[in-house]
Design a protein around this ligand. Sequence first.
Ligand SMILES: [Zn+2]
Length: 142
Amino acid sequence: MESDLGELGRARFRLVGVFANGFALVALQNGGAVYIVDQHAAHERVRLEMLQAMVHDHLQDLKQCNHLDTECINRCRASSDPMWIDRTLRSRACRGAVPVTRSTRVEELVWIITSLAQCRHPTACAHGRPTMVRLSLSQDPS
Ligand SMILES: [Zn+2]
């Protein structure tokens, strides 16, 4: 699975088609497997990890900033409760993702799939829904 995802990340796949306006059928160039990718769940995962990285960088910047007034610092502390941030990012990731069924441009789908393959946790969306199903085309039970 790990190496297959690498193949997806390097765009060594073919977008065979899209059904129900939201599920991409993707074939690895090496013929080893096909994937069914849920465009909404996949985009949600990509957005979540991007948002997490942005917030992380932003909080680092705030910590290094020494010319903020006390009121501002307190407000930032209140809103940097990790549980609150986590909930907010998950819901933002979902709301900004392409809808479950919407026709999506090929370039956008390819970007979502290659970005998904680079995620730290690519197999589920922000709420635990699977982003993809892998079907092996080889004889070996892998
Ligand atoms: Zn969602």
